[in-house]
Design a protein around this ligand. Structure first.
Ligand code: ZN
Length: 492
């Protein structure tokens, strides 16, 4: 039966891809520096093998034969998604994939070195080559706008034509809200910047991860330069975090965020290993899962009614704060330089800045030599702040060193999906918020498992959103959520 043969072939491709992921995880956590060159080779070799398999004539013949078979609906969905992936993969020549993979490792090391020296000029050359490669990649797909080809990697079907108006309307909704907040009495979050021991922060985060359902027998948490989640199957999903002993808001919410990603991956069907239905829907849906835990749950008053007294007992430094002060502090809105430390509201502006710059770089209207100035100008325009150095400016994100152009918009989309899903979770799960106040998020996780995780790629982001909430993505849900939250905190 061709379907069985197709399963075997797709699982082999997944084996290679997950092996590459293990090598990447190691590279970003424990790998000694001298291993860089050999690691780049190893990853490039495996990437080429995976690409050869994904583009083979044999795979195409197996897909074609499976299309003729009498299959279940699920099997049919797997075959048609496999055909879609194949059709896309064959557009990229093998030599190009190899060049891109080799350069990606080089660019990553250049980015790390540039960050160490706080000097963008040390990264500029590697970035210039990366952009040339990405423009070349886009040219193979022949989309309406070259950036559409790159967006499609992360958010299937997303286009500049759709995102331009979406970001425009989001901007029009959020700017007046930001203005009201700026005019209100400001929140004091200075106590979050006292000394909080690394060990106590780590232990507290591990406890919360366990409590919300992250399975430590199918994952682990480590430190890394830039927090991320990676998966080697639904039975091994690893997260990383970072710590700042003078910024309590750094480690915990980063851990909860990555755990949200990991809960999604751990919730994918193990019996669908390597098959399209056994993998995540899209990056925006992935991001909705991290943000729903980080923000809608993890920055919510209900969550902290349970956890704040425990925090006061276990982490030295909160003895003199009240729950209300803590809740306001962790939700303080303040235009700032670092995307990953931004509040939920101004976060969207960080994304809009990257979206505009990336479009320019890929169109060729912006050159990497002018990028630093463009970056600094954009921060001044959108947020009224200007980076004083490169580490807090243009070198802050790992994405460009990885060649991940088109990725940033999924962060905003994820946060918009999260708000819409959470609004429906509250309607669907009886007494959700009172359960959360008692430290019980099991029903919520089960709801996510049954409404979202279990389907994997069976539906597109838009189909899934309609299935769960009855309508397509609507920025109004995020606006209402943000407006209600900040109205309470800023008393307007
Ligand atoms: Zn994320």
């Amino acid at each position: 039966m061709s379907y069985i043969l197709l399963e075997k072939k797709l699982k082999e491709i997944a084996d290679l891809q997950y092996a590459i992921a293990v090598l990447h995880w190691d590279q970003e956590t424990y790998m000694p520096i001298k291993s860089s060159a050999s690691r780049s080779r190893q990853i490039a070799t495996l990437s080429t093998l995976a690409h050869q398999k994904a583009c083979s004539e044999e795979l195409k013949n197996t897909i074609d034969a499976a299309l003729e078979e009498n299959l279940t609906k699920e099997q049919k969905a797997n075959v048609s998604l496999a055909l879609k992936d194949y059709t896309k993969a064959v557009l990229l020549p093998e030599a190009f994939v190899n060049r891109l993979s080799l350069h990606t490792s080089e660019a990553y090391h250049a980015w790390v070195a540039a960050r160490k020296q706080n000097d963008y000029s040390l990264f500029q050359e590697a970035l210039t080559t990366m952009i040339e490669l990405k423009r070349e990649q886009a040219s193979f797909y022949k989309t309406a706008h070259p950036y559409d080809a790159l967006l499609d990697e992360y958010e299937p079907g997303a286009t500049v034509a759709q995102l331009d108006p979406l970001f425009k309307s989001l901007k029009e909704q959020l700017l007046p809200l930001l203005k009201r907040i700026k005019q209100a009495e400001q929140v004091d979050n200075s106590f979050l910047h006292k000394y909080y021991s690394q060990q106590q922060q780590w232990d507290f985060s591990m406890q919360i991860l366990q409590h919300i359902g992250y399975d430590f027998e199918a994952g682990r948490q480590d430190f890394a330069e830039h927090p991320f989640t990676t998966s080697f199957s639904s039975q091994d999903v690893r997260i990383t975090t970072r710590v700042d002993e003078y910024d309590f808001s750094n480690l915990l919410w980063s851990s909860i965020h990555e755990a949200g990603h990991a809960l999604y991956e751990q919730g994918l069907r193990d019996d669908m290993y390597g098959m399209p239905i056994g993998s995540a829907c899209s990056l925006s849906i992935h991001e909705s899962q991290s943000r729903i835990w980080e923000n809608n749950i993890g920055r919510g008053i209900h969550f902290w009614r349970y956890w704040f007294p425990i925090l006061q007992q276990q982490v030295d430094g909160f003895e003199n704060s009240s729950l209300q002060e803590f809740y306001a502090a962790i939700n303080k809105v303040s235009p700032s330089l670092i995307r990953t430390e931004a509040d939920e509201l101004t976060y969207h502006f960080h994304v809009m800045i990257r979206y505009e710059l990336e479009k320019g770089l890929i169109e060729g209207t912006l050159h990497p030599k002018d990028l630093k100035q463009a970056w600094n100008d954009a921060y001044q325009n959108y947020l009224g702040v200007c980076p004083q150095d490169d580490v807090t400016g243009i070198l802050q994100d790992i994405h460009w060193s990885h060649g991940s152009f088109g990725y940033f918009p999924t962060y905003s989309l994820g946060s918009l999906y999260a708000a819409q899903f959470y609004a429906f979770a509250k309607q669907t799960i009886p007494n959700l918020e009172s359960a959360i106040e008692h430290g019980d998020t099991k029903d919520f996780l089960n709801w996510l498992r049954n409404s979202i995780h279990t389907f994997g790629r069976r539906y597109t982001s838009d189909e899934l959103c309609k299935l769960v909430t009855g309508s397509s993505l609507d920025t109004q849900y995020f606006f209402d959520y943000a407006h209600n939250k900040y109205k309470d905190i800023y008393k307007f």
